[in-house]
Design a protein around this ligand. Sequence first.
Ligand SMILES: *Cc1c(COP(=O)(O)O)cnc(C)c1O
Length: 373
Amino acid sequence: MSNRFLDLAAKGLHPLKPYAPGKPISELEREYGVSDIIKLASNENPLGPSPKAVAAMQKEMLELALYPDGNGFDLKSTLAEHLGVSVPQITLGNGSNDVLVLLAEAFLTPEHNAVYSQYAFAVYPLAIQAVGAGHKVAAARPADDAMPLGHDLNALADQINDKTRLIFIANPNNPTGTWLDMAELKAFVANAPDHALVIIDEAYYEYSGDQGAPTAIDWLDDFPNLVVTRTFSKAFGLAGLRVGYSVSHPDVADLLNRIRQPFNVNNLALVGAAAAMGDEDFLQASRALNSAGLVQLSNGLAELGLEVIPSQGNFLLVDMAQDAMPLYEALLHGGVIVRPVGPYGLPNHLRISIGTEAQNARVLQTLAKTLDR
Ligand SMILES: *Cc1c(COP(=O)(O)O)cnc(C)c1O
């Protein structure tokens, strides 16, 4: 437990616990001797990676002796064109996680604080804690709300003070799947003080509708303190590649650019992400599979008598109405990996990513057997 170098480490690290990822398939095989495993624990795309991305990366393999373009010119240009923004507004990261950490490093100190909601994405408190800044956590909406456990914008606004430099808002949020009314969110950004950046994390944007779905990126011209983050890990099926980005005021991007690693996005990620961006067929197929899967899984869970929180992501948060760990363990023995959310303060819930039709059916069957229903 105790670490002999703890006293030497930065203070912010003292209370930190490492991020608890979804259990990898190989680990379950190794530890439980189970085979024929399905993993619905990390909101990965069940269709795999975009085939256009794979083709582009296969070619790029032969270029791996060379350092990547540290400025990511081609990918940024592709993104700028698709998003209707300019290249200097874009910051690339080794996953959007990297960009979230860069924002914390650039704007937070032990004298400052960051605001986020109860049940917000676990990476926010980790990034804030690592730089020793203060946390201001807003209470989430109640479980019987129309957006159960979702972000409460009034409660978030109440947490902002003179020391606040960052406000993290995921829309839709992980692990709850809940989303915010875009007019209310825009008013929140408009009312945020100039000394605080509002980070709107749109990791699931590509699932929430078609390309024309409303996005906070459209508000960037009005609000210089707005930062929007996106990722290739979810709908584009490239979680293992580690590539994401933010779109912001160019002066924010300039500061992030000063502290990022010179080659924080690798060659394969640069070409794979650019190719994926143009793979509209794949995105459409991913969206269609996800929409059908959300209906299939939420109906099936409701039939098992379980309460499901509405989701605009590729996952569902389910109230198991009992300690979820024994159920999680039983599912593991049945070869099904889902995500316990005890570390989020939700010991009775499980988060289940949307899989293929067959995978969703398998979770429901395994769960029915476990619950004896
Ligand atoms: C998955 C996820 C991310 C993306 O992480 P990457 O580092 O880009 O893989 C960011 N924010 C939220 C809310 C997520 O769920």
